[in-house]
Design a binder for this molecule. Structure first.
Ligand code: F6R
Length: 614
């Protein structure tokens, strides 16, 4: 995810503090970095794809040590691509006003296309594909001599989220920062002031910080910080003490990246859904697919393909395509796709799913499907990744970078993205407006469904304590809970090294039930829905073999209590979204089992985050 650092001082060079601030933000994941530095002659910008070390090397080459002292004000950024590829041109800072204004931005400007075309009509030329460049030009347009006032005017026209920092050669020594939805924190030192999007970039200097609130805009000079609201009235924010140490902060206070990422899921889903649900029309808008109603109507089947967790999300997606759109849909293992020679045709939509966008087997499947003339679409998290580029059309997840090896937030966002796609296909084919609107409402509730399960973290940890000593476990579910069972078992085995199998609840008695006894827990997924009663029956079969059962059920489901006291309750919701809260409960269960067993959760043995070999 993107990171911001800003620095201003009366006498010290900004270069060193900006680069070391960026280094402290590296753990967030990014694909390019840049700085803008101000001196009497104007503003200089340095940008580089890749790592901060490469930006540092560029600065060392282009900016000799003896020249650095003159740059006492600057802003810097690490970018994790959302709008536009991870290129040097798209990297921040973005400039406007003939290079005299530079701006960095975290967040997403939802109405950037409308703002951009308005500015273009007034002759503004854009060089990047980003939403951020719009902000730089907008502020420059309103600059009548007061940079803070210009920023307020510009931001009043912006829909979406932002944390920004900007400098202008026309206002030497000033830096303007503002936030809405993307955090910004300020450290006021005796000799300098540092701003960052994340306290970890500044905590090495001090623990005394000011957290800006949404709607705050601040003018920062070496003399101090002046905070205002967007309507220009002054506001005061108190100085607070940071009570974390640096190691903890890099994980946002969490013990592991995986736990941090599990807790980031409501926000990840919000980012994935933002601007894509159309409640009034009862459909979804997915511009990256570049598919009109006639093209969707002409499709005769959907084939999804992926590996691992992405495969399980794809299986869920196949169910949704059939339910919402009435179009035959199936999932193929990407590793099989190329060799099994599956039947795809020009009226097949081939949907490839990949968090990293670099998985070798999924990429090979994309190439094979293109060769066979299918309409190839991608659902990727990493912008500009090979699969996204080669597919050419698709949906980005906007889940933010996943650092823990076990996939968590990408899975939930893949489910959300596929359901939006199935909804769009459904509305083109057979769903009524009212049916579509009900699906939109269910999708919009996903972040809150996840929050409700996260609130049960402690209770889930207590259940995990009872089962952390097991050697084997089964996960069972039906319908949409079947892919969720497969995903739950994968999460448990990959991080806890406990042997776990996901089965369709009905399949258990066709063999695996022979393994059940009092030492083999069964995690049964039985939220309310068409399959719940049957799964409760399967739970009884497990209890009859003395297997301990952990049941994930809907709040207030008294029947399930008769079979086990290890219950995790999820909020009531339609069956086609219930896998989302259920999987969050599974993630937390797997996490706590692995933690109690003392395993290296973020980097399990033998696993890699991106599998680029067949
Ligand atoms: C499991 C996990 C893997 C990945 C798989 C595909 O937690 O992370 O199973 O899902 O390697 O990776 P992507 O989605 O990057 O193609």
């Amino acid at each position: 995810m993107c990171g911001i650092v800003g620095f201003t001082s009366r006498s010290a060079s900004a270069v060193g503090p900006l680069v070391s601030g960026l280094r402290r933000l590296e753990y967030r994941g990014y694909d390019s970095a840049g700085v803008a530095l101000e001196c009497e002659e104007g503003i200089k910008v340095f940008k580089q794809t890749g790592k901060v070390a490469e930006l540092d090397a560029l600065l060392k080459k282009e900016l000799p040590e003896e020249e650095r002292g003159k740059f006492t004000v600057g802003i810097a950024h690490t970018r994790w691509a959302t709008h536009g590829l991870p290129t040097t041109v798209n990297a921040h800072p973005h400039i406007a006003d003939g290079g005299s204004l530079a701006l960095v931005h975290n967040g997403i400007v939802e109405n950037y296309a409308a703002l951009r075309s308005g500015l273009e009509k007034h002759g503004v030329k854009f060089v990047s594909q980003t939403d951020t460049e719009v902000l730089a030009h907008l502020v420059a347009t309103f600059d009548q001599g007061d940079l803070l006032a210009a920023t307020c005017e510009a931001l009043k026209r912006v829909e979406g989220t932002y944390g920004i920092a900007l400098i202008s050669a026309k206002h030497p020594g000033e830096m303007i920062v503002a936030r809405k939805g993307s955090p910004l924190v300020i450290r006021v030192g005796e000799k300098d002031i540092v701003v960052a999007s994340d306290v970890s970039a500044i905590v090495a200097y001090t623990r005394q910080v000011i957290y800006l609130k949404d709607g705050d805009v601040a003018r920062i000079t070496p003399d101090g910080v002046d905070i205002h609201s967007l309507d220009f009235s002054p506001v005061s924010r108190e100085v607070q003490e940071v009570d974390w140490d640096i190691g903890a902060i890099e994980k946002g206070g969490y013990e592991h990246f995986m736990l941090k990422e599990i807790f980031e899921q409501p926000e990840a889903l919000e980012n994935c859904l933002r601007g894509r649900l159309l409640p009034e029309e009862g459909t979804a808008k997915l511009s990256g697919l570049r598919l009109g109603p006639r093209e969707i109507a002409a499709l005769s089947n959907v084939v999804l393909t992926a590996c691992g967790t992405s495969y399980y999300a794809g299986l869920h997606g196949a169910y949704a395509f059939e339910q919402f759109a009435g179009i035959p849909a199936r999932i193929e293992q990407a590793a099989e796709f190329r060799y099994r020679n599956p039947i795809v045709a020009p009226d097949t939509a081939l949907v490839s799913l990949s968090q990293s966008g670099e998985t070798a087997d999924t990429l090979a499947a994309v190439r094979e499907a293109k060769r066979k003339g299918a309409l190839v679409l991608s659902v990727c998290n990493a912008v500009g990744s090979t699969i996204a580029r080669e597919a050419g059309r698709g949906v980005y997840l906007h889940a933010g970078p996943e650092i823990g090896v076990a996939s968590t937030k990408a899975f939930l966002c893949q489910v959300a993205a596929l359901e939006m796609m199935a909804l769009l296909f459904g509305r083109t084919r057979r769903l009524s407006g009212a049916e579509g609107a009900a699906i939109v409402r269910a999708l919009a509730s996903l972040p809150d469904l996840v929050r409700a399960v996260l609130a049960k973290n402690d209770a889930i940890a207590r259940i995990a304590e009872k089962h952390a000593g097991a050697r084997d476990a089964f996960y069972i579910g039906r319908g949409y809970q079947y892919p969720a069972a497969l995903e739950g078992a994968l999460k448990l085995k990959e991080i806890s090294y406990l042997h776990a199998e996901g089965y369709h609840a009905a399949e258990l008695k066709h063999g695996p039930i022979a393994l059940l006894d009092e030492k083999v827990p069964v995690v049964a997924l039985a939220p309310r829905g068409p399959d719940r009663d049957k799964t409760l029956g399967n739970i009884q079969e497990c209890r009859a073999r003395n297997a301990p059962v952990v049941a994930i059920v809907t709040e207030g489901d008294a029947d399930a209590r008769a079979f086990t006291e290890d219950l995790v309750e999820v909020p009531p919701c339609p069956d086609f979204v219930a896998a989302v809260p259920v999987v969050v409960a599974e993630q937390l269960f797997a996490y706590h089992v692995a933690r109690l067993r003392g395993e290296p959760i973020d980097k399990p043995r033998n696993l890699a985050k991106s599998v680029t070999v067949e």
